[in-house]
Design a protein around this ligand. Structure first.
Ligand code: NAD
Length: 444
């Protein structure tokens, strides 16, 4: 209680607040919707009760003048909906929706702020006219785990959750376009789509492009080949030992691509069923019993394809590889960890450089879907990766710094037709009293 009272007075940042505490804070203040936005050099809040969020943003290194963060309280399922809008100069904010468990509100905010910034960079570097956004739903307390929440016993509750999030996206009027991401599946996209028209990555039978993961995996593979070419003057990965973390949607097809060219595989996978599957498919591969040991693997390449925050001082100290190139978003614990890799002479292909094909696939579906265009765009990953690495080498900087500066310059370009329309949409939401309205109820 003391913590909540201090939070309510803004003395304490959101660091120590659980999602439940934050929800309770909104309930006490009778807040259904809220925003924090950046305006004329200042953070503006819809409600004074959000002062702890302001103090978090002011102190967080992850906050880089995002245009807006939107919140909605979902009381029935006791959770929080969020939409992060980083930069809409190049286009409306686009980025996947994550359903995830967070210990604190600060963890959730950090994740959303970083991911939406990463999406600005990824979209810009991919040449898409989209800005950076991200959606997050905190896993409701009724769910024992992310995996269990996919079980049939939660089907009704899950549908209700995504319907409500779909209405939240609709209420934002197009400033944020959502998509599939960690913890969400294509079926959830269909539920979202039924509640707004700002959903992408939808199922093929609903006129969309379906699951993009195989394309993402091929893009990561081509980037890896390019980086190997940069290091060794050949892109032949035959006999090269590659440690792959995660054999899920992207990891599994990446493993298959590597297997086909004769790479030697070391695989770490959290789920026992997938470990067994990998053992069955690839008898020559080393499938680790202890997935944590992947950081110590005797390999030349590390491909993180599971979750974020896997490159930090602890893990980097253990890595024995020459190259890190994988699909996972937000691989760096902190931005400085890219410099640690650089100092250790481990070549790092920034995640948003090599994992962009998923979003390219979603973008293509907007104008009707032509898989051949996605394949063509994916092939550009090879020269683009080489370009980033050569630029970094020529300037004596890390690939992360080189990629960030290229991406930030592209993100600053205005959309050729709509200009900075996302900002105007945000202003319109504020003027029209979006935050004073209750969360939309289901249509009866
Ligand atoms: P996924 O959930 O299908 O696969 C992740 C796999 O990693 C799961 O099988 C999980 O059991 C395993 N895992 C989790 N923690 C692990 C650990 N510590 N060690 C070993 N295995 C672990 O997700 P995905 O769609 O394959 O995406 C993987 C990563 O790539 C995510 O970070 C995602 O954001 C990113 N990404 C995916 C796409 C895409 O097209 N799917 C596009 C861009 C980026």
């Amino acid at each position: 209680l003391e913590q909540e009272v201090r939070m309510a007075h803004g003395d304490v940042a959101a660091e120590s607040s659980s999602i439940a505490n934050f929800g309770a804070l909104l309930d006490r203040a009778n807040i259904w919707r809220a925003y924090a936005l950046y305006e004329n050099g200042e953070i503006r809040l819809s409600h004074e009760e959000l002062a702890p969020v302001r103090s978090f943003f002011e102190r967080s290194r992850d906050y880089v003048q995002h245009e807006a963060v939107f919140f909605e309280r979902e009381r029935q399922l006791d959770t929080i909906f969020t939409a992060f809008v980083h930069d809409t100069r190049r286009g409306l904010a686009q980025g996947g929706l994550r359903l995830c468990e967070y210990a604190t509100m600060a963890d959730l905010l950090s994740d959303g702020l970083r991911l939406s910034q990463g999406m600005s960079r990824k979209n810009a570097l991919a040449g898409l006219h989209w800005g950076g956004g991200k959606g997050i739903i905190a896993l409701p307390p009724s769910a024992p785990s992310i995996e269990a929440y996919k079980e049939a016993r939660f089907a009704k509750e899950r549908k209700r959750l995504f319907e409500a999030y779909g209405r939240f996206v609709a209420s934002l009027g197009g400033v944020y376009y959502t998509a599939e991401d960690m913890g969400t599946v294509t079926a959830d996209m269909n539920v979202l789509l039924a509640n707004n028209r700002f959903t992408t990555c939808i199922a093929a039978d609903h006129g969309g492009s379906g699951n993009p993961s195989a394309h993402t995996a091929w893009g990561v593979f081509r980037s890896m080949q390019a980086a190997w070419q940069f290091l060794h003057g050949t892109d032949d990965l035959k006999g090269v030992r590659v440690a792959v973390q995660g054999a899920g949607n992207v990891g599994a097809p990446l493993i298959e691509n590597l297997h086909r060219v004769g790479a030697k595989l070391i695989i770490a996978e959290f789920a026992p069923t997938l470990r067994e599957k990998m053992r069955g498919h690839y008898p020559g591969a080393e499938v680790l019993d202890d997935h944590e040991k992947i950081f110590d693997a005797d390999a030349e390449i590390f491909a993180p394809c599971a979750r974020g925050n896997v490159l930090n001082p602890n893990t980097i100290a253990r890595l024995r590889v020459q190259l890190v190139c994988g699909a996972a978003n937000n691989q760096l614990g902190e931005r400085h960890d890219a410099e640690l890799l650089h100092e250790k002479k481990i070549l790092y292909v920034p995640d948003y450089v090599c994992n962009r094909t998923g979003i390219i696939n979603c973008a293509d579906e907007w104008a009707g879907y032509l898989e051949e265009d996605v394949a063509q765009a994916t092939e550009r990953l090879y020269p683009d990766t080489l370009n980033v690495l050569r630029r970094a080498q020529a300037r004596g900087i890390s690939p992360a710094v080189a990629a960030d500066s290229m991406a930030d310059a592209a993100a600053a370009e205005l959309h050729p037709m709509f200009g900075h329309r996302g900002r105007r949409l945000i202003d319109h939401l504020v003027r029209s009293g979006w935050s004073a309205r209750r969360a939309a109820e289901p249509l009866s």
